[in-house]
Write a protein that binds this ligand. Structure first.
Ligand SMILES: [Zn+2]
Ligand SMILES: [Zn+2]
Length: 651
């Protein structure tokens, strides 16, 4: 047995260390800075304490705050710290579980009847930081089951005992930092000194083990950071996100509304929201015409048989809106959950030859899906929504080319709307579990390499995920980063081998034989509802000029100039400029302020001088006065600024 082991680092370099070296020591041998920042070590794929000895040759990744798993370890360790603080402040408190979440962590506690609310947060935060400054190590210890149960019996913590009952003797570990010991499998950060900022965020009720028959515990949400500055930035971001919340702005800017009487999850588009939505639709429609799509319209319902054929009924029927009946007992219809089956039937309206392909059918198709009421959220989770849907029917040899064209279109849409930071995920079949997927090996190989090559040739930044493909085909999903750095899942391009089979779609090849076309589903926005929600939050309601519901506000200084204001407005309307004349009996300052609040991009102020000279005084939101100019000069300026930013290459 050798006393030396080889450690392979992520860059591929191999270093020799004595057996028993820790992740922390490996870090120190690389640089002091790295050693100061190492939170945990990933050893042969398993995340463990950076202080644990490594005794075999291994691949090692040293995890820091910049790694997702590093953050999770930091936050989970912070849950132990919060528990220690709680125990010091609330004697007799009992602990359930304390996992990390997407932003921070929580701990479910039983306060034994003691009061705990928002006004107690500060006290706990201060205690946490006081304990953190002691730089207590998280010490790991394997414990026999009997001893572990005894420990928590002495302490009087029934939740930990219940958790222990499900664990096997020999697999149980305790971690102790300072005066607090917890049952935990780890991993944790080296010591509490890494935690420099803490904030309790929220408190809520949560049943023990998520079962409403059990006791209601108190769930305390919190977040910690390795620097105070990062906490400040995070809180600022939250504040900004709240201001930009599409539900709030959608209401304030009179874009959309919900009505209990209409029903949950069914948005009502108000005139201004409809204007915004129509502009987006027209923009995409024009781009699609240039990209060779044909627009179609199909009904909002379809016979149940249509969805039996497509397979939707078998797969989702029970959890969906139930069939619609008619006076004819033999008839049953379903609200359309997807547009694809209708489009398959359009494909079948006439014989297709290899020369007709690809056939690209596009529809702003409204679909209905039943979501649990608890899942509904503003415009991002609704029960009725409109997809910017299209289906491309093509030959297998055309898949790659079609993918490249769709990628062009999707990126054109993103860039035009100011989403310049995007990435994509290629979802592939799990090669170990081929039986889970339909379609031949050959077809999968062609489609998967077509997607990978198309994405690479378009210079897309992608990650590949094995096993993430749908059972009926591989796909490419786009994610965009918004102005606050949040990632949103947007459009999808998906290959489908199933529906052409189920609908027995065919085309005649050059050899006069019949072949199955490949079907590609794609939606750059995903849905109009979701996309507009993201657009509202990304822009904070300051939409690009070409999308703004009201692009101008004409503001007469007094009623003397109303006629001139009205004439001016009519003239601008002729040039397709939209907005309103503010004829209220209000001071001009008030009219300007209201136009600013409503996020109107241009204010045109008219008074005596403007009327006498046939001019307008122009004010741009966020920029201030642009001075007096002729109506022609303003129209020209407006039209220059009202173009979507990006250009789409013609195909
Ligand atoms: Zn733990
Ligand atoms: Zn589809």
């Amino acid at each position: 047995m050798s006393d030396q082991i080889s450690i392979t680092l992520p860059d591929g370099s191999v270093r020799e260390y004595p057996s028993g070296v820790t992740g922390l020591e490996v870090a120190a041998s690389i640089s002091e800075g790295l050693a100061r920042n190492v939170l945990a070590a990933k050893v042969n794929g398993t995340v463990q304490d950076a202080t644990r000895p490594i005794t075999t040759d291994a691949k090692v990744t040293l995890l820091t705050w910049n790694d997702r798993e590093g953050k999770a370890t930091f936050w989970h360790s912070s849950a132990h710290l919060m528990a220690e603080a709680m125990e010091a402040l609330y004697p007799g408190v009992k602990f359930a579980i304390g996992p990390p979440v997407e932003n921070g962590f929580y701990y479910d506690v039983d306060l034994n009847g003691q009061h705990f609310a928002q006004d107690d947060f500060k006290k706990v935060e201060e205690k946490m930081l006081e304990l953190a400054r002691q730089k207590n190590e998280y010490l790991r210890r394997a414990v026999p089951k009997a001893e572990a149960i005894h420990y928590f019996e002495e302490k009087g913590d029934p939740y930990k005992i219940e958790l222990l009952e499900g664990l096997e003797d020999g697999s149980i570990t305790f971690y102790t930092q300072g005066n607090f010991t917890d049952l935990c499998r780890g991993p944790h950060i080296p010591n509490t000194g890494f935690i420099k900022a803490a904030k309790l965020m929220n408190v809520a009720g949560a049943y023990w083990r998520g079962d409403e028959k059990n006791k209601m515990l108190t769930r305390i949400y919190a977040i910690t950071f390795p620097k105070q500055k990062e906490l400040d930035e995070y809180l600022h971001l939250l504040e900004e996100a709240k201001k930009r919340d599409h539900r709030r702005l959608g209401k304030e800017l009179e874009l959309l509304a919900f009505s209990e009487k209409v029903g949950q999850g069914l948005p009502l588009w108000l005139p201004k929201g409809t204007m915004l939505r129509e502009r987006l639709e027209n923009f995409l429609r024009r781009a699609q015409v240039r990209a060779g799509y044909s627009q179609v319209v199909t009904p909002h319902i379809g016979s149940k048989q249509l969805y039996v054929t497509s397979g939707h009924w078998d797969k989702y029927g029970e959890d969906s809106f139930q069939p619609i009946r008619t006076p004819d007992p033999n008839e049953e219809f379903l609200l359309k959950p997807m547009n694809c089956p209708h489009h398959c039937e359009i494909y079948k309206t006439k014989p297709r030859s290899y020369r007709d392909l690809p056939l690209r059918l596009a529809e702003f198709g409204t679909v209905y899906r039943y979501e649990q009421s608890g899942e509904l959220h503003g415009l991002t989770r609704v029960r009725g929504f409109t997809q910017d849907d299209a289906h491309i029917f093509c030959r297998p040899d055309q898949v790659k080319d079609e993918f490249m064209k769709v990628i062009d279109l999707v990126l054109y849409v993103f860039r035009s709307l100011g989403f310049n930071d995007y990435s994509a995920q290629v979802s592939l079949r799990d090669p170990e579990k081929k039986e889970k997927y339909i379609g031949s090996d050959e077809a999968w190989a062609i489609a998967e390499s077509a997607i990978i090559e198309a994405a690479a040739e378009k210079g897309l930044q992608t990650v590949h995920e094995l096993g993430e493909a749908a059972f009926y085909g591989p796909k490419l999903d786009f994610k965009v980063k918004d102005a606050l750095g949040r990632k949103w899942q947007l459009g999808t391009i998906q290959v489908d081998y199933q529906l052409p089979n189920r609908f027995e779609l065919e085309y005649t090849g050059s050899d006069n034989q019949k072949y199955r076309p490949v079907m590609i589903h794609r939606a750059p926005f995903g849905s109009m509802e979701r996309f507009i929600a993201i657009l509202i939050e990304n822009t904070g309601g300051n939409f690009p000029l070409w999308l703004s519901p009201d692009q101008i506000a004409v503001l007469p200084i007094s009623e003397k100039y109303e006629e001139y204001a009205n004439d001016l407005f009519l003239m601008l309307q002729e040039s397709d400029i939209r907005g309103y004349v503010d004829l209220r009996d209000e001071k001009i300052g008030r009219k300007i302020r209201d136009a600013e609040v409503n996020k109107v991009p241009f204010m045109l102020i008219v008074g005596e001088k403007e009327q006498a000279e046939g001019m307008v005084s122009v004010r741009r939101k966020g920029e201030g006065d642009l001075g007096m100019m002729s109506v022609e000069a303003f129209t020209k300026l407006f039209q220059q600024l009202a173009q979507p930013a990006a250009q789409l290459e013609r195909v």
